[in-house]
Design a protein around this ligand. Structure first.
Ligand code: PHE
Length: 379
């Protein structure tokens, strides 16, 4: 491939050096686009090699055969170089893209300080973590209840005076025309109907908590028409008031994250428990502050008692064989106490500034081993 210039009147270049030049161009292409430009300039319709191919027609048959063969070899060599370069560039481009798109899934979410957990959700998680470790399961019931589960089965028959304490929201009467008061719908006034629903589904031993929304027609700094409660129910063959006291004492210490906390039980009345009590915890009240766990003041924290035999019977459990205790506490109230939030109404105003102030970072999950309230509220 050296003497074409002379052979065909100088039209053919020295093919060997041309090949070197073209291959060098191919290899110098920095990306796929440049490489394509080189390909067009060499092998395209008006490319250098293509143009040379066109001149073959001017040669004598013999010269044409020889020159054509050599041009084909050149073409193949350039094509091979193009292909190799293309492969190398594609691989490099893919690697660069992969490197650029790499995500470290172990990095914290960003922007990390945006979202907040509502204090009620936080308290919910904390309470579930504590009772979960004591072996309780979470039970649920509907927000829209029938009168039977909310009242009658809980030993509040129709016209029982204690029904009046509940400021009940009644739903319109069912279209089925039933006049049986047990069939009428309300929004539940407490989580206690979940006691009945649990007993209906399951024989003892029972150990459940039932957190959820509850509704009463009431509105001031410590009452909202919708609020949250947590119900507790334990039933077995040998349950006594001592179990109730031990369980709630352990809960309250874990919840307020204190080693010691003064506790007292005051006799009280709930139709569904006998005897009934209210639990107070020791605290110190000053004008601007409430300090839990010390001082000479008392703060009511929950209602509780031994499950009334009528309630066990209504739930299909034999009261001569089984006893149990139950308790109910206000979740929102716990949040107010633990995190110093003065007005319950602000909980449900959906003010994002409030949530930023009182909310919790999502990564601080409440757990008994990792810390109940994590790093505390983000203040
Ligand atoms: N249901 C009661 C209330 O809403 C609380 C309670 C629950 C009391 C269970 C005793 C036992 O006030």
């Amino acid at each position: 491939m050296t003497v074409h210039k002379q052979q065909n009147g100088g039209k053919m270049e020295n093919l060997e050096s041309l090949k070197n030049e073209l291959v060098a161009q191919v290899q110098a292409a920095a990306d796929i686009r440049q490489l394509e430009d080189v390909r067009v300039a060499v092998l395209g319709k008006k490319g250098r090699v293509t143009e040379m191919m066109k001149t073959l027609g001017t040669l004598s048959p013999e010269e044409r055969k020889e020159a054509g063969r050599e041009l084909n070899i050149l073409k193949t060599e350039v094509e091979t170089a193009l292909e190799e370069r293309k492969e190398a560039l594609s691989a490099a481009e893919l690697n660069a893209k992969l490197a650029q798109e790499k995500i470290d899934v172990t990095l914290p979410v960003r922007p990390e300080n945006q979202g907040r957990i509502h204090p009620v959700s936080q308290i919910y998680e904390e309470v579930v973590a504590i009772f979960g470790q004591m072996g309780f399961e979470v039970a649920e019931g509907p927000d829209i209840e029938d009168d039977f589960h909310n009242f009658t089965a809980l030993n509040l028959p129709p016209n029982h005076p204690a029904r009046q304490m509940h400021d009940t929201f009644y739903l319109p009467k069912e279209a089925n025309g039933s006049t049986d008061i047990d069939d009428s719908y309300i929004v539940r006034t407490h989580t206690s109907p979940v006691q009945i629903r649990t007993m209906e589904k399951q024989q003892p031993p029972i150990r459940v908590i039932a957190p959820g929304r509850t509704y009463r027609s009431d509105y001031d700094a410590t009452h909202t028409p919708m609020f949250h409660q947590i119900e507790g129910l334990v039933i077995d063959t040998n349950i006594t008031m001592a179990h109730l006291k031990g369980c709630l004492y352990n809960f309250i210490k874990a919840f307020f994250e204190l080693d010691e906390i003064p506790v007292r039980y005051r006799p009280s009345f709930f139709p569904f428990t006998e005897p009934s009590a209210e639990m107070d915890i020791g605290c110190k009240k000053t004008k601007n502050e409430l300090k839990i766990g010390a001082g000479t003041d008392w703060l009511e924290i929950l209602g509780c008692g031994m499950v009334h035999p009528n309630v066990l019977r209504a739930g299909g459990i034999d009261p001569d064989k089984y006893q149990g205790f139950a308790f109910g506490l206000g979740l929102d109230r716990l949040a107010m106490l633990k995190y110093g939030i003065p007005d319950l109404r602000t909980f449900f105003e959906s003010d994002v500034r409030w949530l930023k102030h009182y909310g919790f970072t999502p990564l601080d999950m409440a757990s008994m081993t990792g810390g109940l309230s994590g790093n505390g509220g983000v203040r």
